[in-house]
Design a protein around this ligand. Structure first.
Ligand SMILES: Cc1ncc(COP(=O)(O)O)c(C=O)c1O
Length: 427
């Protein structure tokens, strides 16, 4: 038994057999730098998956900020602290002026759970609409409304799921206008179905880039129409920015900005502290103030001084290294390369994505565009064997997901494209 196999056995024993791991042969990582990670045997992998180390693994500026603050003071969030307040000011300044206050948490789950509580408090409603292939967290309420993988909880009476338009599979000769109307009508039907059960809508909770759904190309007008319907019925729009946020798309700091709709609450997570656990929400000051009166909400670790230092340093790097611009430039370069691979390999049905976030929809090549699920799994595992880490998403698990740290450069893109070319050729 190799030492990795022995570690896996110990993990099974102590963390359970079903604690998820990536890849058929899990990777045992010991260090990281920029877009590279190294395993226990000293082998380097190009990381084209992780958005948590947003400005690169172990970025020295973030590491130094964490170390310095940890050596000075770390404490419960119920004390005055300059770094925490300054970070909240800086963060809220990147949003529309209506989203002027923040609450910090430790995970995206906590942020979404709190956003739902606030929406219910503000609207007096209970109903939640989510997409029919989504994940927003693992609390009781969020697990119950999870639609993209199995959960033991019954889908709740207070929730409804709606399909999100995927222009690649759903267009059927329809214009953007027809497509957005068709899918927005499902939101209308969901609101009415809740009302028929005597349930008032509290919130529409969606990720505006639909990352877990399969990173569908946006259909102009869809999000705006869906939100209009929900607001007309008295509900709020919660934009889950856990994957789309902090400039991932290159064109905007926040996913919702691409659809031109200002949410009532935006929830944040994963990249926020470059790996340090900080998440949160941003919303109107009057909502956060009045909710705070009704419900004493505090989060012991959420936004503590070390977390705030990490998150603030992450923003420093994002700005100083012009990483939104990098996401646009390198993203366009990768996309051109992916399109060339699509021309060469018939299994690639569709190339999608924006900034440094890409999806490759692999198909069987028939008229129905049947998903090439088994092949997608093989490509992903082959890439891992060949030193490039990617993943897969979507209803049929047939969309390769590529979402590297934002310091991804053209030389890394060349390595990704060459390895992908080989993998696609050999399945
Ligand atoms: C869109 C989205 N929202 C929320 C979450 C939950 O975040 P966390 O794992 O930090 O609780 C995730 C996690 O994958 C996610 O992808």
């Amino acid at each position: 038994m190799s030492s990795d196999e022995a570690l896996l056995e110990r993990r099974y024993h102590v963390l359970g057999r079903n604690a998820p791991l990536f890849y058929e042969r899990p990777v045992h990582l010991v260090s990281g730098k920029g877009v590279w990670v190294t395993d226990a045997d000293g082998r380097e992998y190009l990381d084209v998956y992780n958005n948590v180390p947003h400005v690169g693994h172990c970025h020295p500026h973030v590491v130094e900020a964490i170390a310095k603050q940890a050596a000075t003071l770390n404490v419960h969030s119920r004390y005055l602290h300059e770094t925490v307040v300054a970070y909240a000011e800086r963060l809220t300044a990147t949003f529309d002026s209506s989203l002027s206050s923040a609450v910090f948490t430790c995970s995206g789950t906590e942020a979404n759970e709190l956003a739902l509580r606030m929406a219910r408090y503000r609207t007096g409603g209970e109903g939640i609409i989510v997409s029919d292939f989504s994940y927003h967290g693992n609390s009781q309420t969020l697990a119950a409304v999870t639609t993209c993988f199995p959960v033991p909880e019954a889908f709740p009476r207070f929730a409804r799921k709606v399909a999100i338009p995927d222009p690649y599979r759903d267009r059927h000769d329809r214009s953007d206008e027809e497509l957005s109307n068709h899918f927005a009508a499902q939101v209308d039907a969901a609101v009415k179905s809740l009302q028929a059960d005597g349930i008032k809508i509290a919130a529409l909770l969606i990720d505006t880039v639909f990352a877990n759904e399969g990173l569908h190309d946006p259909v102009p007008g869809y999000v705006a129409k869906a939100v209009e319907i929900v607001r007309a019925a008295g509900g709020l729009f919660i934009s889950d920015e856990v994957q789309a946020g902090f400039g991932r798309t290159g064109d905007a700091m926040w996913g919702h900005q691409l659809s031109g709709v200002v949410p009532d609450i935006a929830t944040l997570g994963k990249p926020m502290g470059n790996g340090h656990p900080i998440a949160g929400l941003v919303g109107p000051t009057d909502l956060i103030d009045s909710f705070g009166l009704a419900a004493t909400y505090f989060n012991t670790f959420g936004g503590n001084p070390v977390s705030a230092a990490a998150a603030s340093a992450m923003l420093d790097v994002l700005e100083r290294e012009h990483l939104l611009e990098n996401a646009r430039n390198v993203g366009a370069y990768v996309k051109t390369g992916l399109r060339a691979l699509a021309d060469k390999h018939s299994i690639v049905g569709n190339v999608r994505g924006r900034g440094l976030f890409f999806g490759l929809d692999l198909v069987k090549g028939d008229a129905d565009r049947s998903p090439a699920t088994a092949e997608t799994k093989r490509v992903m595992n082959l890439m891992r064997e060949n030193g490039v880490l990617i993943s897969r998403i979507g209803r049929h698990d047939n969309i390769l997901k590529m979402r590297p740290p934002m310091v991804f450069a053209k030389e890394h893109a060349d390595r990704l494209l060459a390895t992908l070319d080989d993998a696609l050729a050999s399945i």
